[in-house]
Design a protein around this ligand. Structure first.
Ligand SMILES: [Fe+2]
Ligand SMILES: [Fe+2]
Length: 305
């Protein structure tokens, strides 16, 4: 077992410093579902993923809380509690954002939400604690990989987009990186087994990709873009770019002996956490024209409501 007493930080790993943050993000009324006007397809991929959060993250929380009773390590129980608080704040922020999307007239959202809800109820009810923990660990390992990819490619993906949405997504993934070890440690502690871990990862990854695909397909249909050749080519190019960057980070999860501790925290994520400590409000209004910088730069403070 690796120590959880701060020694990892000496190796450049700050993941055991979870901070539960109160965030505020502004979504202007003029903002459309294409909050990244340059990249409508990416906007809808993110929107579709966001729809799952108010169902997926409460499921992770319930699973981790069930496991808590079986944890004999006091430090790990404390980490689990911080993890739960971070995830609870994620899904509440995503629920708010999803309401913003609904208010912009997307009629397919309610049906998509019902499908996601039913899907998580089914997984939870039909699985053992061990298999639900394996799903949770698989999802968290994937979220770590996605977080690294989003941060590496932040300027391409979020450059010049609406600050509120870019700040929401980047905040979420900074915290996914911050709590990268918790689900892994809880899984290993309670139900650790290589084949179960890989099975949980494959289940979580295919499930999320299918849910997200169903979501962006419906949203792009409502936009009238699903049958638009230019848009479909842009979507294909975007998915190739994303998976080109993501696949090596996903493949490492399959390796026996994989641990999220092997993954160094991106410098930009650590800089974001420092920015939040200095000015929490500023961390929720990033300047998306300056995402190419090594550290996050906030917009000037809003002077009018
Ligand atoms: Fe989360
Ligand atoms: Fe997470």
């Amino acid at each position: 077992m690796l120590a959880r007493d701060g020694t990892e930080e000496a190796a450049g790993n700050a993941a055991n410093r979870m901070t539960v943050r109160q965030m505020g993000f502004a979504y202007p009324q003029t903002m459309s579902g294409h909050w990244n006007a340059k990249r409508p397809e990416f906007s809808q991929i993110v929107n579709a993923a966001s729809l799952a959060m108010p169902y997926l993250e409460p499921y992770l929380i319930r699973t981790m809380r069930l496991a808590r009773a079986q944890i004999r390590d006091e430090a790990l129980r404390r980490e689990l509690d911080s993890y739960v608080s971070q995830e609870a704040s994620h899904y509440r922020q995503h629920r708010k954002f999803n309401e913003e999307l609904k208010a912009r007239g997307y009629r397919s959202i309610e049906k998509l939400e019902a499908k996601i809800d039913a899907s998580y109820k089914r997984i939870e009810a039909s699985g053992s604690l061990a298999s639900n923990l394996a799903y949770a660990e698989g999802f968290e390992s994937m979220a770590l990989a996605i977080g690294e990819m989003l941060i590496e490619d932040r300027d391409f993906l979020f450059g010049e987009s609406e600050s509120g949405v870019a700040s929401l997504v980047l905040w979420h993934f900074v915290e996914e990186i911050e709590h990268k070890n918790v689900a892994y440690d809880v899984f290993e502690h309670v139900a650790g087994n290589y084949f179960r871990r890989v099975g949980g990862f494959l289940h979580a990854a295919t499930h999320i990709f299918l849910l997200t695909r169903a979501g962006y397909r419906e949203l792009l249909k409502e936009d009238g873009l699903w049958r638009n050749l230019r848009s479909r080519l842009a979507l294909a190019r975007l998915l190739i770019r994303i998976f080109w960057k993501l696949t090596p980070k996903l493949v490492r999860i399959l390796v026996p002996g994989y641990s999220p501790r092997q993954v160094a925290d991106p410098a930009w994520a650590l800089a974001w956490a420092r920015l939040f400590t200095k000015d929490g409000e500023a961390a929720g209004r990033l300047d998306t024209t300056r995402l190419d910088q090594r550290e996050p730069v906030p917009h000037a403070a809003r002077t009018t409501a």
